[in-house]
Design a protein around this ligand. Sequence first.
Ligand SMILES: [Zn+2]
Length: 780
Amino acid sequence: MRTYSLFLDIDFQNLQFKGRVLIELESERDVVLNSIGLKVLNSKANGKTFHFEQSGENLEIKTGPFKGTLEVEYAGSIPDLLVGIYRAPYDGTYMVTTQFEAAHARRMLPCVDHPDYKAEFKLTLKINKDLDAISNMPIESVKVEDDKKVVSFQKTPRMSTYLLYLGVGKFEEAKERLGNIDVIFATSTGKARKGQFALEAAKRSLEFYQSYFGISYMLPKVHLITIPEFAAGAMENWGAITFREVALEVDENSSFKTRRRVAEVVAHELAHQWFGNLVTMKWWNDLWLNESFATFMGYKVVDAAYPEWRVWQEFLVSEASGAMARDSLKNTHPIEVDIKSPSEIEQIFDEISYGKGACILRMIEAYLGADDFRKGVDNFLTKHKFSNATGTNLWNSLEEVSGKQVEKIMSEWIEKPGYPVVTAMMSGGKLILRQDRFLLSGEYEKDVWPIPVTMNWDDEFNKLLLETEERAIDIKDVKSLKLNVDHTGFYRVYYKGIYDLVWKSELSAFDRWALIFDALAFLIAGKMPFSEYLSLVERYYSEQDYLPAREVSDQLIFLYLIMPSRFAEISREFHRSQLKILEGKTDENSSILRGIMAGRLAMVDEAYAKELGARFHDYEKVEPDMRGAVAVAYARAFSNFEEIVSRYRKSLSDEERARLLDAMASFKETSLVAMSLGLALSGEVKRQDIGSMILSAATNPDARDLAWTWLKVNIGRLLKLYEGTGRLSRILLSVIPILGIGRVEEVERFFEENRIPEAEKGIEAGIEKLKIYDGLVKNT
Ligand SMILES: [Zn+2]
């Protein structure tokens, strides 16, 4: 592949387009392009008409062996989807935008829609005179032609089809400069000033990467664009990055939580401009190379730019936790995954490809040292720029630089599903370390990983590579011990009979997090008795740090959800105690935590809900991180549907609307939750937000039966709403384990009778989790 010259004539009012694409290529047999939903009108090869056939997602042109220029004329429409070229509605109008990852470029142009077939793209558009257009590259020229205008963009560098972008509509922009790069915020729905924070974060990120990778950003500009309806959080199209509003826009009503998210998502997407865009995975089995790296680097950058946020704590909550939870199921997959069909690709944008991969990179960085890690990465990027690469290429670069064995260790972590639990025990003056696979079901599975084990004994740091099932270490008269220091390793540690040694060590916030994080998993797997777990929890009532306190809160709320009567009182006590500690603390993490804890206490404490909910009448004066909690408390204590909906209708931002949607799903009265869920499908709620509303209803213990019935009735509509995005798979994985408690057979039967191939992986993992949780409920 060399070049695509694409001309599109867009009929914005009627949501139609005509296209002509000229592709310079070489092929040893008939040319096969990918195309969905496009009506091909004719095809020529080097100027001569050739016969073509369209079947499934293929367009076969009977050229025989061929070298030269292929020309295809076609027509298409702009549908109501969230993939391909689609219409994103807002405020009674819409913009036209694109989302091509993973395999949706073929919905806008016939192309070889495969990440390894890179080419340059030269895009020309014919659009209404009053509209603006954004693509990967800056505009080269604009010419008025009849009653329309022809906008021509500069040619892109060599890149994969999934990174092409086109946006047409009315945009307001704010522009800044960093060296010779234009950094531009673009929005249709808000005010350009809402981009100031993101622009600042983008400049800090770009500066960091240019210096870290030693390679300059490659395009003359980068757009950060708000998309009013968007299935993912953001998408890294080269030079034209798209975001959900909540992942990009910040104003005085935004919470710290939103600011942190914006900084992290902007940093993640900008990391892709190198990792993903400049060097791309050969095929989707190496999706993790893109996502793990962008995730890991995103935190690195935010930590450098905003050290006071201590975002590595958030990394464990948001990435490691989900990854270890998912990977403790049998229904998981290796980081490097066998991918055959496009629907399978969408379902692996998950905790494994993002979170587990990022944790493995954190582990290898800790093993090699930060400097060698960076040099290896730079070496990898320089070697493969404007081209494609695999995981092995990265390991080779890291080995070259560090002189340490990397591939042998990493291939085990990348190619195998699951992860180990290391059991530590003392026997005859020796410390015994034994490993096997950790399964949440409690089943035993013999397996061995090469684990870079770190440990503090008597507060002295040690490391070793545990490559066998068991190893004994001479360690006499040990007074304190802690393994997996700061939880940089992707494994759990079970201290058999020696937890007292652990509590005598100097423990960081990460370590205190890891102890309780592992403990819940051991409780569920039947390794730790309830009494032992509960006495561990007690140690955290007066916890002062964000990370461990947040974890215990997450755990108690989870246990309350599946066993409400048993955990209501403990949950009340813990959250009350924590809110007292947080009183008067003004740092960002404490504000975020206060909002989370207050919302949770409102769910389990009526008196508190009444007191907090009363503030709803003064909503604008409530600090942004507390607003969600106030809205939930108001719903719980005052049951006023109309008041919340009326505020929802007046809201000016997605962030605000999300808080109110959560409140609408939190009523105590199921009839009110039913009205809210009715509203969700009425067209008044953005389709991107319906999924989280379902999750809120599922985690409202009073609405669990209702939410399950509603889901059964509306599953077909949800499938249609999220067609092609993989979103339904993720929603079902989250809600099935909660909604299904007490009705496992019914849930299984329902999904057997209603097969949803697009969400198969989420359903299977969800049911596996459900059975484990249901067992825990029955046995306690
Ligand atoms: Zn990404």
